[in-house]
Design a protein around this ligand. Sequence first.
Ligand code: GRF
Length: 213
Amino acid sequence: MKNIAVFVSGGGTNLQALIDAQARGELSGGKLALVLSSSPDAYALERARQAGIPTAVCSKKELGSQDAFESAIHKALAEHSIHVIVLAGFLSILSEDLTSWWPERILNIHPSLIPSFCGKGMYGLKVHEAVLARGVKVTGATVHFVTAEPDGGPIVLQKAIDILPDDTPESLQRRVMEECEWKLLPKAVDLLCRDALKVEGRTVKIIGGRVIV
Ligand code: GRF
């Protein structure tokens, strides 16, 4: 059983999707063992408390430097014997020092179909505004492994939805979450915890075949 840490900064609806999946027995190879927030005010911490999951706060602002911030993260991960990290709306940047400690063991969820609408500065509503401004006809979400390149690591799972004529950035954000993110993330975490993901260069093979989300 792998111990999972979920890193959050905000509302934590993706964390909630993981909590609900665990309650349904859908995280068979893993256990939610820590929720680590970059902010003491994140509502995600309340979700963790309600689910009985240990929490930690590591705020770069309060710790003063990237080194102190990442030392605090390493300490929390060691204290909870963490094997797998899930970035679920975590807004602080992690250095290559930290990500290279966890090769193929950190997942991130991004609210677009990578490699479109991703990279530096592409987060939150900005992604959906850019999608609508460019006039693409489909969008979606991507779960990928985290490497030093922002949103550039090997892609694990993606799901697409159509853009509707009257979509706004807000309506699109909601539909991408409900129809893509909250389904993809628990599935990808389960696959990783069950050792069912094999990375070959930039490609991720799913052992046991195709996954329909
Ligand atoms: C999600 O859209 C996720 O894709 C992105 O940040 C947002 C987090 O939302 N990385 P929540 O805190 O899980 O509700």
